[in-house]
Design a protein around this ligand. Sequence first.
Ligand SMILES: NC(=O)c1ccc[n+]([C@@H]2O[C@H](COP(=O)([O-])OP(=O)(O)OC[C@H]3O[C@@H](n4cnc5c(N)ncnc54)[C@H](O)[C@@H]3O)[C@@H](O)[C@H]2O)c1
Ligand SMILES: O=C(O)[C@H](O)CO
Length: 381
Amino acid sequence: MVQVWNPNGKYRVVSTKPMPGTRWINLLIEQDCRVEICTRKKTILSVEDIIALIGDKCDGVIGQLTEDWGETLFSALSRAGGKAFSNMAVGYNNVDVNAANKYGVAVGNTPGVLTETTAELAASLSLSAARRIVEADEFMRAGLYDGWLPNLFVGNLLKGQTVGVIGAGRIGSAYARMMVEGFKMNLIYYDLYQATRLEKFVTAYAEFLKANGEQPVTWKRAASMDEVLREADVISLHPILDKTTYHLVNKERLSIMKKEAILVNCSRGPVIDEVALVEHLKQNPMFRVGLDVFEDEPYMKPGLADLKNAVVVPHIASASKWTREGMATLAALNVLGKIKGYPVWSDPNRIEPFLNENVPPPAASPSIVNSKSLGLPVSRL
Ligand SMILES: NC(=O)c1ccc[n+]([C@@H]2O[C@H](COP(=O)([O-])OP(=O)(O)OC[C@H]3O[C@@H](n4cnc5c(N)ncnc54)[C@H](O)[C@@H]3O)[C@@H](O)[C@H]2O)c1
Ligand SMILES: O=C(O)[C@H](O)CO
């Protein structure tokens, strides 16, 4: 149930799951690590399962977003001599960073490498919902198609409509860019911070359209989230999950959205009150959703699976080969960097040097979220 690579390696690194590619394993082996990969069939490992994997001596762990990394696991890792943990994910709402700080454990994540892949899935869900692709596919397979009809699976045209983005960080901005440029949609966004590069992009694209005699696209930074919900035709959620974003979309907020709006969620399930969403979908058959994440993963709230106006996929937004291999590499290098005493990379939004397979990666941890709290040195590169 555990696969061992380089048994005589000096540092013991545990991965709670097999991860795509082999580069991440080779990079660890080259730096004298013994790599142990848990190959159990059980998808979600419990805290007890992981304590058993950590054992008496463990220098670092690469873990997954399905695991509960809190006080119990960080104290177990610390007792085993470990000082490094990395999620193989950009989101780390499953990690109690304060507990990690208490035990001096560095917490890594994997930003950037999944930005475009995740935004592409949000765009796919937007299109699937707008053009009713899943419903139409089921109809074909059921042998129900008996000829073209003017009213068959009529959906929404995106061109000229407004796309709303809540959380215009890396992924939200990439998604906005795809929808604005790809479908000539106008943009309204809400974020705690101004998305200057995104605004500049839309302005430049509007100029380009105007110069070509086409209707220019527009952008607006909304003063509140409700403004986005009221005005947009397609709304995609991309904030982090924390106390401020839990149930951000609830019954009241659903009620202010357009009756034919499309809501997409590729962030974290609890950002939407899923019970309220099921009720809203039942009451408003023209309202559609595209969901990659769910409040009680892996489960869906009762009734959701029966609704034709919902497109649902199993948390696959970052699932492209290049991205998943890159996530594994970043997670392994986060752990390796701390074990070797390397500094932390100065800009977690500029991780490309770690992903170039033709040259050795920089001697740094690509992204450590608690580097300041732990007072870790920062790379000058
Ligand atoms: N479904 C998937 O497979 C998948 C893949 C990647 C990321 N994610 C999720 O997407 C999240 C975002 O990733 P990212 O790389 O774009 O992160 P990011 O930090 O670049 O962007 C998050 C944005 O949310 C904003 N924000 C925070 N609180 C907010 C609030 N209350 N209201 C509005 N905006 C708020 C932040 O200011 C920031 O701009 C991750 O934390 C993760 O949970 C999911
Ligand atoms: O946060 C993340 O990275 C995702 O949910 C998995 O890619």
